[in-house]
Design a protein around this ligand. Structure first.
Ligand code: AGP
Length: 628
């Protein structure tokens, strides 16, 4: 189903934070702390609605950051109540205003609604409602849903039935939560193409756009599926399909705690998450790879490996570069043809896909709409689908035949760092797994690779400690306007990843190239002072790549480039031609890229810091792009 909006785009409510609560606590405290843990999703307005203990619906909403709302609520607190919903909205069309913030009210202010997504047919619904005398206080698509639900509740006097009666009339992507002052102790939610998970407590229950909303209160969660409605009270959780059939959602345990989602004293989430890169790699490997190189991943048992004659990766951004990097090793270890496609390109192509094709999505959030729609397309085409994902209970894993979780822990900073390394390792494990099943990996190669992988966290830690030196470099370059990144073979995806980090963090034009492309055009960009990072392959590598890249460095140096080489310790061939060398410990060709990417992550962060920019929430970006 293609989400195509007619007429002026509705005020989109993409990438929002959603929290719902019923229990014994002050819902205001639970709701605001939940929104705080969802801040990383990117937003520009926030609001809460509570069914108070005195039986009235009270609400407040403000444009701006959560602090603006919190200050208002501190100065004039809402009446207390143990039932409530809360929302952070990330408007992608039109300035965020108090009026357009959520919650939206209806039924004479007795019903409150919050919404994440896009209601595609809101124009015709609104015209019908206006024609029947309804009035609106905003021009959002969300308010149309609120008014419809207010009318439905007046007719049914049952909040769940009201939701059942309305969701069938809505088209597009939406997560909706509603409360009504005549239904204290009840929150009803519905989801289509947009995330919603359930937190299971003792005498209390939660709803959230992801588990971060309630992980401080419970580690027990239920994954709500597509086109499902959930009704929570403090002692019950009832789930049904949009058609009213009872559903029993799968339960899962959140494997990280609230402190993991805190900054823990770091200057930014990104700094914290770079420091976690060694541990993230160790966690992805844990329990899955024996010293002999035998891969054990029970989650993959649901795949029919014997059918697989081709692998297509689908992903966006950093996740796509991790797939590109992993694909080099996977093809070599498994003997299966592997290609990598951007999700939003795959989806509109006519790929030759069938039962023999394994389509592997790579997504940290598991909610990227471009990738979710591509997964659905792959399922329609009859492929087997595997999700490599970092977020339990996310939508993409639920719509895939199998899931390989990366277990990197929450990644809060918008710019992805530790997830890149974990995703690459997950692809390596998949390559060894498939190679092992096909008898394509020799015992010695498997054992050697296992040893290389188990050595990796320690070597990554060594690269994390280059931070101070990288910070100095960044300080010198704070006013640079353009940086190029060159890499060959497995160095090429690293060049793309390094460039993306600089674009999204320091807002600087940066471009990653395959070094071999230089002479086919890009070398025209080289002028005196042009900064170029070069990923240099190991001189121990029997291929001629090392010498070719050293020649590339000579070519750009001859034209005045300032070269920062990321090269193996002791690589004397590079020294005469590089202005700066960042040394990495000797490692095998497939492991070195996971070392050379670390200084590039640090460089992006430090250059943004040198420019005084928001490191964790760069402008125009959100952590999870849940619209196409
Ligand atoms: C990476 O730093 C960016 N934030 C972005 O490219 C991201 O990797 C991409 O949007 C994919 O996100 P996902 O892994 O959650 O699907």
């Amino acid at each position: 189903m293609r989400l195509v909006s007619e007429g002026p785009s509705p005020r989109l409510n993409a990438m929002c934070g959603i929290v719902g609560y019923v229990g014994q606590r002050s819902s205001s405290e639970v709701l605001m702390s939940g929104l705080a843990r969802l801040e990383y999703r990117g937003y520009d307005s926030a609001g809460v609605a509570i069914v108070s203990d005195s039986g009235s619906l009270v609400s407040h909403k403000r444009a701006g950051k959560l602090g603006v709302l919190a200050e208002d609520l501190a100065n004039s607190p809402l009446e207390s109540g143990s039932t409530g919903i809360a929302h952070t909205r990330w408007a992608t069309h039109g300035a965020p205003t108090d009026a357009n913030a959520h919650p939206h009210l209806a039924d004479d202010g007795k019903l409150a609604l919050i919404h994440n997504g896009i209601i595609e047919n809101f124009h015709e619904l609104k015209e019908q409602l206006v024609a029947s005398g309804e009035t609106f206080s905003s021009d959002t698509d969300s308010e149309v849903a609120a008014v419809l639900l207010g009318i439905a509740y007046r007719e049914s006097r049952d909040l769940t039935q009201a939701m059942v009666n309305v969701v069938g009339r809505l088209e597009g992507a939406f997560t909706l939560l509603i409360v009504h002052e005549d239904a204290p102790g009840v929150v009803v939610g519905a989801r289509r193409n947009s995330p919603l998970v359930i937190g299971v407590g003792e005498g209390e229950n939660f709803l959230g756009s992801d588990v971060a909303a309630f992980v401080a209160y419970t580690h027990k969660a239920l994954a709500l599926g597509q086109d499902q409605i959930v009704t929570i009270t403090k002692d019950s959780i009832d789930v049904m399909s949009f058609e009213g059939e009872v559903v029993h959602p799968p339960e899962f345990t959140i494997d990280w705690d609230a402190s993991a989602a805190d900054k823990g004293g770091w200057s930014s989430f990104m700094a914290k998450e770079i420091s976690e890169e060694p541990e993230a790699v160790a966690n992805t490997l844990r329990g899955r790879l024996s010293p002999e190189g035998e891969v054990t991943i029970p989650e993959l048992d649901s795949l029919d490996v014997s059918l697989i004659d081709r692998v297509i990766f689908i992903a966006c951004g950093t996740a796509a570069y991790a797939a590109m990097l992993g694909a080099y090793a996977m093809e070599k270890w498994s003997g299966i043809p592997v290609t990598v496609e951007l999700s939003h390109e795959f989806r509109y192509r006519d790929p030759v896909v069938g039962a023999g094709t394994l389509v592997v999505s790579v997504s940290q959030s598991g909610e990227t709409m471009d990738t979710l729609m591509a997964v659905r397309y792959a399922n329609e085409l009859g492929a087997q689908t595997l999700a490599i994902c970092n977020t339990q209970g996310a939508t993409i894993p639920r719509e895939s035949d199998a899931t390989l979780y990366t277990h990197a822990g929450p990644e809060v900073a918008v710019a992805s760092t530790k997830a890149f390394l974990s995703q690459t390792i997950a692809v390596y494990l998949l390559g060894l797994y498939l190679g092992g099943h096909r008898g394509f990996v020799s015992a010695e190669l498997a054992a050697q690779t296992a040893q290389d992988l188990h050595n990796l966290p320690g070597q990554i830690q060594e690269m994390v400690s280059t931070g101070p030196r990288i910070k100095e470099l960044a300080g010198w370059m704070a006013d640079t306007r353009s940086v190029l990144y060159l890499g060959r073979h497995v160095g090429y995806p690293v060049a793309l990843e390094g460039a993306l980090k600089l674009k999204e963090l320091a807002y600087i034009h940066a471009e990653g190239f395959a070094a071999g492309e230089l002479k086919h055009g890009p070398i025209a960009l080289i002028e005196p002072g042009q900064i170029v990072f070069v990923m240099v392959p190991s001189p121990r590598d029997p291929s001629s790549l090392h010498n070719k890249v050293v020649s590339n460095i000579q070519e750009i140096r001859a034209r005045g480039a300032r070269v920062i080489a990321i090269a193996e310790k002791g690589d004397a061939a590079v020294l005469p031609y590089a202005d700066e060398v960042i040394a990495i410990p000797p490692a095998s060709p497939f492991m070195e890229p996971l070392l050379s990417v670390v200084p590039l992550h640090i460089f992006g962060m430090e250059l943004a810091a040198a420019k005084g920019l928001d490191i964790d929430q760069p402008r125009n970006l959100a952590k999870s792009v849940t619209v196409e």
